[in-house]
Design a protein around this ligand. Sequence first.
Ligand SMILES: Nc1ncnc2c1ncn2[C@@H]1O[C@H](COP(=O)(O)OP(=O)(O)OP(=O)(O)O)[C@@H](O)[C@H]1O
Ligand SMILES: [Mg+2]
Length: 242
Amino acid sequence: MKTEIAEYCRRLRLGKNIALISDQIAAESHQEYLLKVLKEELAYRESKMKNRLIKQAGFYTLKTFEGYCFDEIKLPAELSVADLKEANFISKKKNLILYGNVGTGKTHLATAIGIETCKQGRVVRFFRTAALVNLLNDAQRKGELGQLLKKLSKAELLICDEWGYVPLDRGGSKLLFQVISECYEQRSVIITTNLEFSKWVNIFYDEQMTAALIDRLVHHSYLLIFDGQSYRIKNSLMKNYT
Ligand SMILES: Nc1ncnc2c1ncn2[C@@H]1O[C@H](COP(=O)(O)OP(=O)(O)OP(=O)(O)O)[C@@H](O)[C@H]1O
Ligand SMILES: [Mg+2]
């Protein structure tokens, strides 16, 4: 019977899952059985979609809010820890700038927010900024910039990690400027950086371009300041005592 169910599901384009679960669902009536099967199938599809979005986003590590400590992060008054955990700034097309010292949890937080956003069924792209710029430069060289920009524009959240960690070439910085400008009021951006705004001109060279970029980003941004001690150092110090 299972093979037959699988065959009908295939013809109805319902996938393999319904046949697989068909003998594992207990119910007291035909209708209850059908309802449970449909519910299971929906849950299965949603979880598959979330996993696909997480994979597609390109996170370097898969970190969540579990065990994440917010104690040493200064949040703006209008933004709570719950807002971050629910990633609700994304529907408002707001940006986050995570600024602070090395090892203080910026990438971890950006990743956790990104994963939560994927779980909400939204498209996310995570890049180390230098890698994004390389990708943009390559695409331009190959005449495929339009395609790449279109792909990026499908994301509701663009994460640029390690912003300003590596110097950019002039052409690349212009392309990055273009990407960020196109996000303005359309999509959310998260930037993690240890570079204060006054030094951003060192990445973008052009003062006018830098001022225009900061203006657009800051207009709809929340600035989070990470001024704790490096977790990496804390952990390695702890190791010496154990
Ligand atoms: N607040 C925190 N709560 C729990 N773990 C943390 C926290 N901050 C950092 N960590 C852990 O410490 C390590 C370093 O954190 P992370 O890579 O996010 O730092 P970062 O601010 O991005 O540093 P860098 O500026 O060097 O990129 C990670 O393993 C991370 O999981
Ligand atoms: Mg980092």
